[in-house]
Write a protein that binds this ligand. Structure first.
Ligand SMILES: Nc1ncnc2c1ncn2[C@@H]1O[C@H](COP(=O)(O)OP(=O)(O)OP(=O)(O)O)[C@@H](O)[C@H]1O
Ligand SMILES: Cc1ncc(CO)c(N)n1
Length: 266
Protein backbone atom coordinates (compact mmCIF):
# COMPACT_ATOMS: atom_id res chain seq x y z
CA UNK A 1 0.00 0.00 0.00
CA UNK A 2 1.09 3.57 -0.66
CA UNK A 3 2.50 5.22 2.46
CA UNK A 4 0.30 7.99 3.88
CA UNK A 5 1.05 11.12 5.91
CA UNK A 6 -1.12 13.80 7.51
CA UNK A 7 -0.04 17.42 7.84
CA UNK A 8 -1.64 19.56 10.55
CA UNK A 9 -0.61 23.10 9.69
CA UNK A 10 -1.55 26.52 8.36
CA UNK A 11 -2.41 27.38 4.77
CA UNK A 12 -0.03 29.65 2.82
CA UNK A 13 -1.95 31.22 -0.07
CA UNK A 14 1.27 31.68 -2.06
CA UNK A 15 1.94 27.94 -1.99
CA UNK A 16 5.56 28.14 -0.81
CA UNK A 17 5.18 27.12 2.85
CA UNK A 18 2.58 25.61 5.18
CA UNK A 19 0.09 22.95 4.11
CA UNK A 20 0.85 23.55 0.44
CA UNK A 21 4.60 22.91 0.79
CA UNK A 22 3.89 19.87 2.96
CA UNK A 23 1.58 18.24 0.39
CA UNK A 24 3.99 18.97 -2.47
CA UNK A 25 6.81 17.37 -0.48
CA UNK A 26 4.76 14.27 0.38
CA UNK A 27 3.82 13.86 -3.29
CA UNK A 28 7.34 14.29 -4.61
CA UNK A 29 8.56 11.68 -2.11
CA UNK A 30 5.89 9.19 -3.18
CA UNK A 31 3.66 9.53 -0.11
CA UNK A 32 -0.10 10.12 -0.19
CA UNK A 33 -0.70 13.43 1.62
CA UNK A 34 -3.68 14.43 3.76
CA UNK A 35 -4.29 17.66 5.67
CA UNK A 36 -5.95 19.29 8.65
CA UNK A 37 -5.81 23.09 8.42
CA UNK A 38 -5.29 25.03 11.67
CA UNK A 39 -5.26 28.57 10.32
CA UNK A 40 -5.47 30.39 7.00
CA UNK A 41 -2.80 32.93 6.21
CA UNK A 42 -3.03 35.49 3.45
CA UNK A 43 0.61 35.36 2.44
CA UNK A 44 2.91 35.90 -0.51
CA UNK A 45 6.65 36.13 -1.15
CA UNK A 46 6.72 39.55 0.57
CA UNK A 47 4.95 38.69 3.81
CA UNK A 48 1.84 37.72 5.73
CA UNK A 49 -1.04 40.23 5.44
CA UNK A 50 -3.74 38.43 7.45
CA UNK A 51 -4.23 35.36 9.64
CA UNK A 52 -7.51 33.66 10.52
CA UNK A 53 -7.44 30.80 13.00
CA UNK A 54 -10.02 28.05 12.46
CA UNK A 55 -12.10 27.08 15.47
CA UNK A 56 -10.96 24.08 17.50
CA UNK A 57 -14.02 21.98 16.61
CA UNK A 58 -13.34 21.97 12.86
CA UNK A 59 -9.64 21.30 13.45
CA UNK A 60 -10.42 18.28 15.64
CA UNK A 61 -13.07 17.14 13.12
CA UNK A 62 -10.58 17.18 10.23
CA UNK A 63 -8.09 15.07 12.17
CA UNK A 64 -10.84 12.70 13.34
CA UNK A 65 -12.25 12.30 9.81
CA UNK A 66 -8.85 11.14 8.58
CA UNK A 67 -8.09 8.78 11.48
CA UNK A 68 -11.61 7.29 11.55
CA UNK A 69 -11.22 6.10 7.97
CA UNK A 70 -7.61 5.94 6.80
CA UNK A 71 -4.37 4.48 8.22
CA UNK A 72 -2.00 7.39 8.96
CA UNK A 73 1.68 6.47 8.48
CA UNK A 74 3.06 9.68 9.97
CA UNK A 75 1.94 13.10 11.16
CA UNK A 76 3.68 16.42 10.57
CA UNK A 77 2.65 19.38 12.74
CA UNK A 78 3.42 22.93 11.62
CA UNK A 79 1.74 26.27 12.44
CA UNK A 80 -0.54 25.98 15.49
CA UNK A 81 -1.11 29.69 16.18
CA UNK A 82 -2.75 29.46 19.62
CA UNK A 83 -2.57 27.54 22.89
CA UNK A 84 -6.16 26.34 22.42
CA UNK A 85 -5.37 24.90 18.96
CA UNK A 86 -2.20 23.30 20.32
CA UNK A 87 -4.15 21.59 23.13
CA UNK A 88 -6.88 20.44 20.70
CA UNK A 89 -4.36 18.94 18.27
CA UNK A 90 -2.55 17.13 21.10
CA UNK A 91 -5.78 15.76 22.60
CA UNK A 92 -7.10 14.55 19.24
CA UNK A 93 -3.84 12.85 18.29
CA UNK A 94 -3.76 11.22 21.73
CA UNK A 95 -7.33 9.97 21.20
CA UNK A 96 -6.29 8.22 17.97
CA UNK A 97 -2.93 7.04 19.32
CA UNK A 98 -1.13 8.70 16.43
CA UNK A 99 2.37 7.38 15.67
CA UNK A 100 5.47 8.84 14.00
CA UNK A 101 4.82 12.48 14.90
CA UNK A 102 7.13 15.23 13.60
CA UNK A 103 6.66 18.60 15.34
CA UNK A 104 8.02 21.66 13.54
CA UNK A 105 7.68 24.34 16.24
CA UNK A 106 6.83 27.14 13.78
CA UNK A 107 6.94 30.53 15.52
CA UNK A 108 7.73 33.34 13.09
CA UNK A 109 7.59 33.50 9.26
CA UNK A 110 10.73 34.45 7.30
CA UNK A 111 9.10 37.85 6.78
CA UNK A 112 8.75 38.35 10.57
CA UNK A 113 5.05 37.63 11.27
CA UNK A 114 4.12 35.75 14.45
CA UNK A 115 2.59 32.36 13.59
CA UNK A 116 2.45 31.18 17.24
CA UNK A 117 1.26 33.31 20.17
CA UNK A 118 4.03 33.33 22.81
CA UNK A 119 1.61 31.99 25.44
CA UNK A 120 1.14 28.83 23.34
CA UNK A 121 4.75 27.81 24.05
CA UNK A 122 3.83 26.07 27.31
CA UNK A 123 1.10 23.96 25.66
CA UNK A 124 3.53 23.07 22.87
CA UNK A 125 6.16 21.88 25.35
CA UNK A 126 3.83 20.15 27.81
CA UNK A 127 1.24 18.64 25.48
CA UNK A 128 2.92 17.95 22.16
CA UNK A 129 6.61 17.42 22.87
CA UNK A 130 6.09 14.23 24.94
CA UNK A 131 4.21 12.67 21.96
CA UNK A 132 6.79 13.67 19.35
CA UNK A 133 9.20 11.31 17.61
CA UNK A 134 11.09 14.32 16.26
CA UNK A 135 11.02 18.07 16.98
CA UNK A 136 12.73 20.30 14.40
CA UNK A 137 13.44 23.84 15.68
CA UNK A 138 15.56 26.35 13.79
CA UNK A 139 18.13 28.36 15.77
CA UNK A 140 15.63 31.04 16.82
CA UNK A 141 12.93 28.54 17.83
CA UNK A 142 15.44 26.45 19.77
CA UNK A 143 16.52 29.59 21.64
CA UNK A 144 12.95 30.59 22.50
CA UNK A 145 12.18 27.07 23.72
CA UNK A 146 15.25 26.65 25.93
CA UNK A 147 15.65 30.25 27.14
CA UNK A 148 19.22 30.90 25.94
CA UNK A 149 20.41 32.08 22.55
CA UNK A 150 21.53 29.41 20.08
CA UNK A 151 24.17 30.63 17.63
CA UNK A 152 26.92 28.00 17.45
CA UNK A 153 27.24 24.22 17.07
CA UNK A 154 27.95 23.99 20.80
CA UNK A 155 24.77 25.94 21.57
CA UNK A 156 22.86 23.61 19.20
CA UNK A 157 24.06 20.55 21.13
CA UNK A 158 23.16 22.17 24.47
CA UNK A 159 19.71 23.13 23.16
CA UNK A 160 19.14 19.61 21.80
CA UNK A 161 19.92 18.14 25.23
CA UNK A 162 17.55 20.57 26.99
CA UNK A 163 14.75 19.92 24.47
CA UNK A 164 15.19 16.14 24.61
CA UNK A 165 14.62 16.34 28.37
CA UNK A 166 11.10 17.64 27.63
CA UNK A 167 10.11 14.28 26.15
CA UNK A 168 10.58 14.06 22.35
CA UNK A 169 12.43 10.93 21.23
CA UNK A 170 14.64 12.92 18.86
CA UNK A 171 15.60 16.53 18.29
CA UNK A 172 16.87 18.02 15.04
CA UNK A 173 18.25 21.52 15.50
CA UNK A 174 18.42 23.11 12.04
CA UNK A 175 21.40 25.26 11.20
CA UNK A 176 19.91 26.93 8.15
CA UNK A 177 20.62 30.30 9.79
CA UNK A 178 24.20 29.51 10.91
CA UNK A 179 27.22 31.22 9.41
CA UNK A 180 28.97 28.90 6.94
CA UNK A 181 27.78 25.41 6.05
CA UNK A 182 24.08 24.44 6.46
CA UNK A 183 24.59 22.03 9.34
CA UNK A 184 21.75 20.29 11.21
CA UNK A 185 22.19 18.03 14.22
CA UNK A 186 20.14 15.01 15.25
CA UNK A 187 20.11 13.99 18.92
CA UNK A 188 18.53 10.78 20.27
CA UNK A 189 19.33 11.37 23.94
CA UNK A 190 22.72 9.69 23.67
CA UNK A 191 24.65 10.79 20.62
CA UNK A 192 24.73 13.43 17.93
CA UNK A 193 24.68 12.90 14.17
CA UNK A 194 25.63 15.84 11.98
CA UNK A 195 24.09 16.46 8.56
CA UNK A 196 26.07 19.02 6.68
CA UNK A 197 25.79 20.59 3.24
CA UNK A 198 27.35 23.57 1.58
CA UNK A 199 25.28 26.73 2.01
CA UNK A 200 23.46 27.54 -1.22
CA UNK A 201 23.75 31.20 -2.01
CA UNK A 202 20.15 32.20 -2.65
CA UNK A 203 17.40 34.34 -1.14
CA UNK A 204 14.70 31.95 -2.36
CA UNK A 205 14.16 29.93 0.80
CA UNK A 206 10.44 30.45 1.49
CA UNK A 207 9.16 27.24 3.07
CA UNK A 208 12.46 25.46 3.75
CA UNK A 209 11.49 24.50 7.31
CA UNK A 210 8.05 23.18 6.28
CA UNK A 211 9.56 21.18 3.43
CA UNK A 212 12.29 19.67 5.61
CA UNK A 213 9.94 18.52 8.40
CA UNK A 214 7.45 17.11 5.87
CA UNK A 215 10.23 15.20 4.16
CA UNK A 216 11.17 13.66 7.54
CA UNK A 217 7.50 12.67 8.08
CA UNK A 218 7.38 11.17 4.57
CA UNK A 219 10.43 9.05 5.42
CA UNK A 220 8.87 7.84 8.67
CA UNK A 221 5.67 6.97 6.77
CA UNK A 222 7.88 4.90 4.45
CA UNK A 223 9.28 3.09 7.50
CA UNK A 224 12.76 4.58 7.27
CA UNK A 225 14.67 4.91 10.55
CA UNK A 226 14.85 8.42 12.01
CA UNK A 227 18.43 8.78 10.80
CA UNK A 228 17.55 7.62 7.28
CA UNK A 229 14.47 9.88 7.24
CA UNK A 230 16.55 12.93 8.25
CA UNK A 231 19.19 12.00 5.65
CA UNK A 232 16.53 11.75 2.94
CA UNK A 233 15.00 15.05 4.10
CA UNK A 234 18.39 16.80 4.05
CA UNK A 235 19.02 15.51 0.52
CA UNK A 236 15.56 16.60 -0.57
CA UNK A 237 15.68 20.12 0.95
CA UNK A 238 19.16 20.74 -0.45
CA UNK A 239 17.89 19.91 -3.96
CA UNK A 240 14.69 21.88 -3.44
CA UNK A 241 16.72 24.97 -2.38
CA UNK A 242 19.22 24.49 -5.23
CA UNK A 243 16.25 24.62 -7.61
CA UNK A 244 14.47 27.39 -5.65
CA UNK A 245 13.45 30.23 -7.93
CA UNK A 246 12.37 33.82 -8.17
CA UNK A 247 8.58 34.02 -8.07
CA UNK A 248 6.76 37.19 -7.09
CA UNK A 249 8.68 40.17 -5.75
CA UNK A 250 10.26 38.77 -2.59
CA UNK A 251 11.58 35.52 -1.15
CA UNK A 252 10.73 32.85 -3.73
CA UNK A 253 9.87 29.23 -2.97
CA UNK A 254 11.82 26.01 -3.04
CA UNK A 255 11.06 23.64 -5.90
CA UNK A 256 9.56 20.19 -5.43
CA UNK A 257 10.01 17.47 -7.98
CA UNK A 258 10.16 13.75 -8.17
CA UNK A 259 13.72 13.56 -9.54
CA UNK A 260 15.03 14.76 -6.15
CA UNK A 261 13.67 11.57 -4.69
CA UNK A 262 14.95 9.35 -7.49
CA UNK A 263 18.45 10.78 -7.13
CA UNK A 264 18.42 10.08 -3.40
CA UNK A 265 18.46 6.43 -4.39
CA UNK A 266 16.30 5.50 -1.41
N1 LIG B 1 20.97 28.52 2.09
C1 LIG B 1 20.87 27.24 2.42
N2 LIG B 1 21.65 26.31 1.82
C2 LIG B 1 21.58 25.00 2.14
N3 LIG B 1 20.73 24.51 3.06
C3 LIG B 1 19.91 25.38 3.71
C4 LIG B 1 19.94 26.77 3.42
N4 LIG B 1 18.99 27.39 4.21
C5 LIG B 1 18.41 26.42 4.93
N5 LIG B 1 18.96 25.20 4.65
C6 LIG B 1 18.55 23.90 5.20
O1 LIG B 1 17.12 23.86 5.08
C7 LIG B 1 16.56 23.16 6.18
C8 LIG B 1 15.58 24.09 6.87
O2 LIG B 1 16.31 24.91 7.75
P1 LIG B 1 15.96 26.38 8.18
O3 LIG B 1 16.87 26.69 9.32
O4 LIG B 1 15.99 27.29 6.99
O5 LIG B 1 14.46 26.22 8.64
P2 LIG B 1 13.45 27.31 9.08
O6 LIG B 1 14.14 28.56 9.49
O7 LIG B 1 12.56 26.66 10.07
O8 LIG B 1 12.61 27.60 7.77
P3 LIG B 1 11.28 28.50 7.67
O9 LIG B 1 11.72 29.92 7.70
O10 LIG B 1 10.70 28.05 6.38
O11 LIG B 1 10.42 28.17 8.87
C9 LIG B 1 17.74 22.73 7.04
O12 LIG B 1 18.13 21.42 6.65
C10 LIG B 1 18.82 23.75 6.69
O13 LIG B 1 20.13 23.28 6.96
C1 LIG C 1 1.29 28.85 7.02
C2 LIG C 1 2.77 28.90 7.26
N1 LIG C 1 3.36 27.93 7.99
C3 LIG C 1 4.68 27.95 8.20
C4 LIG C 1 5.47 28.96 7.68
C5 LIG C 1 6.98 28.90 7.92
O1 LIG C 1 7.59 30.03 8.16
C6 LIG C 1 4.82 29.98 6.92
N2 LIG C 1 5.51 31.02 6.36
N3 LIG C 1 3.48 29.92 6.72
Amino acid sequence: MLATALTIAGSDSSGGAGIQADLKTFSALGVFGMSAITAITAQNTLGVSAIRELDEAIIAAQIAAVFEDIPVGAVKIGMLSSAAITRTVAATLRQYQAKSIVVDPVMISKSGSRLLHPEAMTALKEQLFPMADVVTPNLFEAGELVGFSVNTRNDMEEAARALHALGPKHIVVKGGHLEGAACDILFDGHSFVYFENERINTIHTHGTGCTFSSAIAAGLAQKLSIEQAVRQAKYYITGAITHGFSLGHGVGPTHHFFELYQKAGL
